[in-house]
Write a protein that binds this ligand. Structure first.
Ligand code: FAD
Length: 281
């Protein structure tokens, strides 16, 4: 496995002390795979602001490079600037800059701040102090007017100063390869890292995929449905499928992998082992 391949791991902020303790164990175990960084999600509309901040600052203080996900939500520029300044104090070097979504029930009330505007805001206030990641959608963002529009807006995020992008998860590698080609044709030269979603639970995956516009190909749906409540078979199938996906991506020049760990050590650890990574590599 090439040293140039960038690996990163995404967490969400747990709500309980027990969840935090468990996550520290997961972080320590995944940290042995020498990831470029961990990242911590930000609840829709800033709903996890304090939890995300605490986790990100604690992890960085403990020596684990960790990037906060960030969006304006309903916050003012002063609040966001203050939050970023706090991150800087804790030696945060990377931010995942998003438009985000509003929590259900608040839809459409506020003007959303697009991710390119957040990127421009951070560059304006903090110069080049942070590496800025943005989101990309190989199967196209559900609200996008067209394929080309979505790529144009992605380019706008890079033009505003983003350094790289992480994709929404997908199960069809051709969607990623075609998207990467289209981005290149549109003048995007920055790396676009595939987001990888392990499969552990079909009902949750189906619900989430419908909401975020990630396609589960029919044959995969049918296969997962055929397992019913047999969690072990779902996991085994998922590991084989996603190991193959990762291998195909890396064999065809994807620059790295970003794992949506769902705060679980398994199956991300198994996927990495299947790809030839070992802890303390
Ligand atoms: P944008 O890039 O701003 O795009 C949003 C939509 O508007 C797209 O349809 C785009 O085509 C269109 N658009 C973009 N710019 C403009 C413009 N200037 N004018 C008109 N239309 C425009 N959500 C969370 O709530 N918390 C998280 O922590 C989180 N982490 C994520 C991490 C990754 C890697 C990814 C891929 C997604 C994540 N999301 C998260 C989901 C994300 O917030 C949603 O998909 C959201 O709807 C879009 O955010 P964005 O940053 O991609 O938005």
């Amino acid at each position: 496995m090439s040293d140039d391949i960038r690996i990163s791991f995404e967490f969400f902020p747990p709500k309980t002390d027990r969840g935090r303790e468990k996550l520290i164990d997961v972080r320590n175990a995944l940290g042995k795979f020498a990831p470029a960084f961990f990242s911590v999600t930000y609840g829709a509309g800033g709903s996890t602001r304090d939890n995300t901040k605490r986790l990100v600052c604690d992890f960085n203080d403990a020596g684990f490079a960790t990037a906060p996900h960030l969006s304006f939500g309903g916050d003012t520029e002063a609040t966001i600037e203050q939050l970023i300044a706090e991150y800087r104090e804790h030696k945060v070097q990377r931010i995942v800059a998003l438009r985000g979504d509003l929590p259900s029930g608040m839809g459409g009330v506020r003007n959303m701040v697009y991710a390119n505007q957040l990127v421009a805001f951070i560059r304006d206030k903090f110069g080049d102090e942070f590496h800025l990641e943005v989101a990309a959608y190989p199967e196209i963002h559900p609200e996008a007017k067209s394929y080309q529009d979505d790529i144009r807006y992605l380019k706008g995020k890079f033009d505003a100063g983003a350094n790289s992008a992480i994709t929404q998860y997908f199960f069809n590698p051709d969607a990623y390869f075609y998207f990467a080609d289209q981005c290149q044709a549109a003048g995007i030269s920055q790396p676009i890292y595939p987001g990888i979603m392990p499969i552990t639970n079909y009902a949750n995956l189906a619900r989430f995929s419908d909401a975020c516009g990630a396609e589960i190909p029919r044959w995969i749906r049918k296969k997962l449905e055929s397992f019913g409540d047999d969690a072990e078979s779902i996991k085994a199938f998922g590991i084989d499928l996603i190991s193959d996906l990762c291998e195909t991506l890396l064999d065809n020049d994807a620059p790295g992998l970003h794992f949506y760990t769902m705060n679980q050590l398994e199956p991300t650890q198994t996927l990495l082992n299947n790809l030839g990574y070992s802890a303390d590599a």
